[in-house]
Design a protein around this ligand. Structure first.
Ligand SMILES: [Zn+2]
Length: 65
């Protein structure tokens, strides 16, 4: 049974997470780090602390499931 979401600790997760971090660093350079790609609003600092590479706020991430 394929999992609906990558499980932390799997190779897939680690690779995609690294790619996300690269993208996060690029956004940091461009000045739009911490801004939701879905609605353009700032992502909450609490979420960024848990997921530094988060590209969207909690409501948008939930909507994309
Ligand atoms: Zn959003």
């Amino acid at each position: 049974m394929p999992r609906p979401w990558p499980t932390p600790g799997t190779g897939f997760w680690a690779r995609s997470h690294l790619a996300d971090l690269d993208a996060a660093q690029a956004r940091l350079r461009d000045g739009d780090y911490g801004v939701c790609q879905g609605c353009g609003r700032p992502i909450s600092p609490e979420r960024l602390k848990v997921r530094p590479a988060a590209k969207s706020c909690v409501p948008c991430a939930a909507a994309h499931r």
